[in-house]
Design a protein around this ligand. Structure first.
Ligand code: MN
Length: 290
């Protein structure tokens, strides 16, 4: 086993403020999933509103999918680790999301879409993150981008592979950049003994969620299916991740600049006020949302 320590080294790694166990739930037409980032953490983890993890080899857990439903006011980022999901929306976009690919959808002023499995058996595994939009962008036209796995930039060193979905790691710019929230979205694979230091601005809210093995975040062991919320100590300059186990460990590291605007969510609508939510519901009912 060789240790890999990556420059820049950190003066003071962030500590884990809290470990969170996700909540088992179902959504759509009955897809079983784990809500890792729940409603009560929306302010703490601003600009992130929700993170769902799904993973099963039992078709009954995923086969019904997510039939037509609306969104307004934020973005959804779906990362498929395994499986095939078909997206169709009211703007005429259609895409097949599969094996390591990302779909970055900006709901903006509104769209109606479906997310349906295109497999009848086998493993379906992935994550859906909800990223808030600033007030000034909530009513912009909807947008949509499919990013196949081969187009996701990767950063490599011995024992470490990082898939840079958003933001940047060192010289490697991710597939997506967002100026208002500066999201960092990394899928980090650590061989046994490997260590990775990732610089993070102290003011950015950040968390990890382990999805294979166990990851040491600073001094705290984060087991599979747990989220670690990273403290925002002003003197800390990043996060130190290490695999002290004997099998490969994988974690998502997600961080961003908070918007510090009011958050009002009603189901698939996330706006800044109750009046705007009422408007979204009226627009949807009257066929003016999308
Ligand atoms: Mn959706």
């Amino acid at each position: 086993m060789t240790d890999t320590v990556v420059a820049p080294t950190l003066r003071q790694p962030r500590r884990v403020e809290r470990l969170v166990t996700g909540q088992a739930t179902s959504d759509g037409a009955g897809v079983k999933l784990t809500r890792v980032l729940t409603h009560d953490l929306q302010f703490r983890l601003d600009p992130f509103l929700m993170l769902d993890a799904f993973g099963s080899d039992q078709p009954d857990d995923y086969i019904a999918g997510f039939p037509d439903h609306p969104h307004r006011g934020f973005e959804t980022v779906t990362y498929m680790i395994a499986g095939r999901m078909r997206h169709r929306d009211s703007a005429g976009n259609e895409g097949l999301l599969q094996n390591g690919g990302v779909q970055w959808m900006t709901a903006g002023r509104g769209l109606i879409h479906s997310e349906l499995p295109e497999q009848e058996e086998g493993v379906m595994e992935g994550f859906q993150l909800w990223l808030n939009l600033p007030a000034k962008s909530k009513m912009l036209p909807a947008a949509y981008r499919d990013i196949p796995s081969a187009e996701i930039p990767e950063w490599h060193t011995e024992g470490v592979t990082v898939r840079v979905i958003a933001g940047a790691l060192g010289e490697v710019a991710g597939a997506v950049q967002r100026p208002d929230t500066l999201p960092l979205y990394l899928d980090i694979h650590l061989a046994p003994g490997a260590t990775l230091a990732v610089p993070l601005p102290a003011g950015h809210n950040a968390f990890t969620t382990t999805y294979r093995g166990e990851v040491l975040v600073g001094d705290t062991a984060v087991p599979v299916k747990r989220m670690a919320i990273l403290a925002n100590d002003a003197s800390a300059d990043g996060v130190l991740l290490r695999n002290a186990g004997t099998v490969e460990a994988r974690t998502l590291l997600i961080a961003g600049q908070p918007l510090r605007e009011p958050i009002v969510q009603y189901g698939p609508f996330v706006m800044n006020s109750k009046a705007e939510i009422m408007q979204a519901m009226t627009d949807f009912r009257d066929g003016r949302l999308a």
